[in-house]
Design a binder for this molecule. Structure first.
Ligand SMILES: Cc1ncc(COP(=O)(O)O)c(C=O)c1O
Length: 430
């Protein structure tokens, strides 16, 4: 495969952009080699600047539930743009969008639009702090909630210590309000709640984690979290930036049957444009300015072009709930194909899937938390990634990410992927 132009562009990019990219994972650092530069997307396919074609399973890291350039989103965008690109004033579409979100996700009574998933999670934590008058919050190892300072925290040494920054630039003061618990381990939460009684504003969790590979929270674990939050006056936040509108129209909370107090969204909610949102119980959301004292704002929040794309995406979902059956069928077909291949090469690698999100971990241990995810052989994933890329299959350039199936992946795409998977495994395990 010739990727000369991509390599040239990457060399030039590194001169002007830190690391040559505008978001780190795109640089292929954890799999080695140079990233490919994309020129165009269409349906299930991506085309790079050298003219190579790929079946895309990243889907812009989640937004493209309907593949690239679905006509109903392009039509909505074209119409919206004729009226202007931004007003910084209320529009009817924002009201329709908010109403539609509340219809699709019953735990949401009120919602505010923002511009990214990071903004959504930051704002949700602020709302929870304002509502409870408490400062600390609990997050789980292996969950990612965007790049706000107080999320870039890992567990310190010892079970009950405060978190420590994972990035220079994040202060110890910021880290001191972030408490780290273990995913799917309710005792770790109970210990923190006991130790920091009356100081914890929120528990934030990806109910189906997609940032340590795909790992689902046990239903009993979520039910216990709900109970702890009720008893202790803690706001339960589900970060559904990735799972929202992907695993079901009502997100992970629909299939897991536990209602959070607040939910954050991103990715699919913007139909491919930069959008996030957070919403939930009226009494918490009414804490936000201008109805309440908690400040939260945005020059481009609710931008009419972004709302047009997002509204088209969510309206399509509402009118075509059968897509989740189709996504399940296609994703299961892919999973079964992968599993047959694993059998044929004598490996029992962990394969986690929830609907159209899946991850094959290069470990034979079951993966149900961050610790078990970390037993994956990431170097082997790197080799596998390049074998797949060379066969025209575009996967996430890092082990601890999800593979996303869209509504437009055809049987032909899936069969080609299963064949490439088999050949790739055979090559890397030689
Ligand atoms: C679960 C989750 N929360 C928050 C974010 C941050 O969203 P954004 O990258 O739009 O800021 C991400 C991004 O991948 C995510 O997966």
């Amino acid at each position: 495969m010739d990727t000369t132009k991509s390599t040239q562009l990457f060399t030039k990019a590194k001169k002007y952009i830190p690391g040559g990219v505008n978001s780190p994972v795109r640089a292929f650092k954890s799999v080695g080699g140079d990233p490919i530069f994309i020129k165009r997307g269409e349906g299930s396919k991506l085309y790079d600047v050298d003219g190579n074609e790929y079946v895309d399973y990243i889907g812009s890291w989640g937004p493209h539930l309907f593949g690239h350039n679905p006509s109903f989103i392009i039509d909505a965008l074209t119409k919206a743009i004729e009226n202007g690109t931004s007003f910084g004033a209320p529009t009817e579409l924002e009201v329709k969008m908010a109403q539609l979100i509340t219809e699709l996700v019953p735990s949401i009574e009120m919602v505010r639009m923002v511009n990214s998933g990071t903004e959504a999670t930051m704002s949700a934590v602020r709302a929870a702090r304002g509502y409870t008058g408490k400062d600390k919050f609990i997050k789980f190892g292996g969950c990612y909630h965007g790049h706000a300072d107080y999320f870039l925290i890992k567990a310190g040494s010892g079970a009950l210590t405060l978190g420590v920054p994972t990035s220079p630039g994040v202060t110890k003061a910021n880290a001191s309000d972030t408490l780290l618990a273990d995913y799917n381990n309710v005792e770790s939460v109970k210990d923190l709640v006991k130790q920091y009684r009356d100081q914890i504003a929120a528990i934030i969790i990806e109910p189906i984690a997609g940032n340590m590979g795909v790992v689902q929270a046990n239903e009993e674990f979520l039910v216990e979290l709900r109970g702890i939050c009720n008893e202790e006056g803690i706001v339960l936040i589900f970060d559904e930036v990735m799972t929202g509108f992907r695993v079901a129209a009502g997100g992970a909370q629909e299939i897991l049957g536990v209602k959070p107090d607040l939910t954050t969204f991103g990715k699919i909610i913007g139909g491919g444009l930069p959008v996030g949102a957070f919403g939930g119980k009226r009494e918490i959301m009414e804490m936000l300015s201008p109805s309440g004292p908690v400040y939260q704002a945005g020059t481009l929040s609710g931008n009419p072009i972004a709302m047009a794309a997002g509204f088209a995406a969510l309206s399509y979902i509402k009118e075509h709930l059968e897509i989740y059956v189709q996504l399940e069928k296609a994703s299961m077909y892919l999973e079964n194909g992968f599993k047959d291949n694993l059998k044929s090469v004598g490996k029992n690698y962990a394969m986690n899937r929830v609907g159209s999100m899946m991850c094959m971990f290069f470990t034979e241990n079951p993966v149900n938390d961050f610790k078990s995810a970390l037993t994956s052989d990431t170097a082997l994933y790197g080799k596998y990634f390049h074998e797949m890329l060379n066969r025209g299959i575009y996967l996430a350039p890092a082990q601890f990410e999800a593979l996303f199936v869209s509504t437009v992946h055809s049987k032909e795409d899936l069969d080609m992927t299963i064949k490439a998977h088999k050949e790739s495994l055979e090559n890397i395990l030689k």
